[in-house]
Design a protein around this ligand. Structure first.
Ligand code: GAP
Length: 477
């Protein structure tokens, strides 16, 4: 199958210009996230630190669920893929060999008046510039670009390396410099042989990894979209060269797109965009981004790259260790090529959050609902007593919550009237609420309310665990 990466079309074939964001204003999500405990600014009592965000009680559940869903789809369900958890700090030579020390940079311009710094390609009017144009030392003068804040003159662009540095050991000199990894991928390349030998994998096989990465972004922003500390979920497929790599690329692209839609992202707000030759990263032979229609425009969600033998050849040459694969069938050796599906855990969680957001009017009242996929929802079930002054109802509600929490996240709440409790759970995406009422004392049954339909049904308290497990299993892609 060949991939249509026409950037002017969404997946559904609708012209991209027609796709409207799920929420008009990013602030709607930012304020919900803070109010309900999804995401807080880091170190807020000290005024915060730019581009670092902390996940609160609900956010950590959501992001863990996103990572679990990714791992299930990419590792657990694929016999040819295994996992790895490499260190954040690596031998500094890794980053010289990989090209990051030399090439992992963005074009930076500075205002000569107010001293603010900008990424050149994020200045107003530069959106359509090609990578070659962005590398032109005269581009600021040619386009008459000015500081967006104070209209001051801007310097010519210079390359700014995005890697964070620190020192290893007690002496802070050049020889002790190590880098915080800017991608997880290199761990899989330098451990390629250990993984292959220990897991007895034959090519094609994959190595998946989830972990923190760090980039000293010039212009971070848009909430958790671009951060300086973030988490990646990256798959490296080691494949035969040339056509086999092309085939793996074309297999993984639709598979990765489908992962987002299977967890509820609207296909109209997803599209693929192929990188122009001069836009390709230093390692890539071909790259297609999966993009999402965020409230601030179409932006990258995940990158699928054909990296050729760039990484393994360079690490082999530099380390002196052969990373070639001996194929017993043909009795030949070759350097595997890499096809990579590189996603961001924060960006994916953010996307699921935005895309699930709905506002509707029910009985003349505004209802905010996060229609999160049940597998992603922070809490699967909320257990709510109708009357908090009735000890017997409260005791039964606690007993139900404790029982269910063996299998999934369940929360107890009695701090408001039932209608308000339902609304609170709707707003954080809890798919099902259980109301323990006076009748429950007689019939040992409870009312289960569905978040999306608001329909209610009576279920025996003894059957609740199997009832919800069946629902969760049925919802799983
Ligand atoms: N190993 C290849 C690689 O790192 P990338 O396109 O630079 O490729 C992959 O990054 C994914 O990581 C992006 O699609 C995005 O989801 C996430 N990501 C990259 N930089 C990020 C940042 N500053 N903040 C949040 N997520 C980021």
């Amino acid at each position: 199958m060949s991939i249509n990466a026409d950037s002017s079309k969404t997946l559904a074939g609708t012209p991209a210009a027609d796709a409207t964001p799920a929420v008009a204003e990013l602030d709607t999500i930012v304020s919900l996230a803070k109010r309900r405990g999804f995401v807080f600014p880091s170190s807020e009592i000290y005024g915060g630190i730019n581009a670092v965000w902390d996940y609160g009680p609900l956010g950590v559940e959501l992001k863990n669920n996103v990572k679990r869903a990714w791992w299930r789809s990419v590792v657990q369900q694929r016999h040819e893929v295994v996992g790895l958890d490499a260190g954040i700090l690596m031998h500094p030579q890794v980053w010289k060999t990989s090209g990051h020390v030399g090439s992992f940079s963005d074009p930076l311009v500075e205002c000569t008046a107010c001293k603010r710094r900008y990424r050149l390609d994020e200045l107003p009017g530069t959106g359509d510039l090609t990578t070659t144009q962005l590398a032109d030392a005269e581009i600021v003068a040619k386009m008459g670009l000015k500081c967006p804040d104070c209209e001051g003159s801007l310097t010519a662009p210079r390359r700014f390396n995005l890697m964070f540095k620190t020192f290893m050991g007690p002496v802070e000199d050049e020889a002790a410099v190590v880098y915080l990894r800017p991608e997880t991928a290199q761990g899989a390349y330098v451990q390629h042989k250990n993984v292959r030998d220990s897991s007895r994998k034959k090519i094609p096989f994959g190595v998946a990894q989830i972990g923190k990465s760090f980039r000293n972004e010039i212009s971070p922003g848009n909430f958790v979209f671009r951060m300086r500390e973030f988490e990646q979920m990256e798959l490296q497929m080691f494949v035969r060269p040339d056509e086999a790599a092309t085939a793996a690329f074309e297999e993984w692209l639709p598979r990765r797109l489908e992962w987002y839609t299977s967890y509820g992202v609207s296909p109209e707000r997803l599209r693929m965009r192929e990188h122009a030759p001069d836009e390709l990263a230093h390692y890539a032979k071909r790259a297609i981004d999966v993009e999402y229609r965020f409230p601030f425009g179409w932006k990258e969600l995940e990158g699928i790259h054909n990296r050729g033998d760039f990484d393994l050849s360079r690490h082999a040459a530099e380390s002196g260790e052969s990373l070639d694969y001996f194929d017993p069938a043909t009795e030949t050796s070759f350097t595997p090529w890499v096809v990579e599906a590189a996603a961001g855990a924060d960006r994916a969680a953010f996307t699921f959050l935005i895309d699930a957001y709905r506002e509707e009017v029910v009985r003349d009242e505004k209802r905010v609902v996060l229609s999160l996929h049940p597998e992603l929802a922070p809490y699967k079930v909320a257990v709510l007593p109708l009357l908090k002054k009735r000890d017997d109802l409260v005791e039964m509600a606690h007993r139900i919550r404790d029982g269910l929490s063996r299998e999934f996240t369940a929360v107890y709440d009695d701090t408001a009237a039932i209608g308000k409790l339902y609304r609170r759970q709707d707003e954080i995406g809890t798919p099902w609420c259980i109301c323990v009422d006076v009748d429950s004392m007689d019939d040992n049954a409870v009312t289960v309310r569905d978040r999306d339909t608001m329909e209610q049904e009576r279920v025996s308290a003894d059957r609740l665990e199997e009832f919800f497990l069946a629902k969760l299993r049925a919802s799983r892609p």
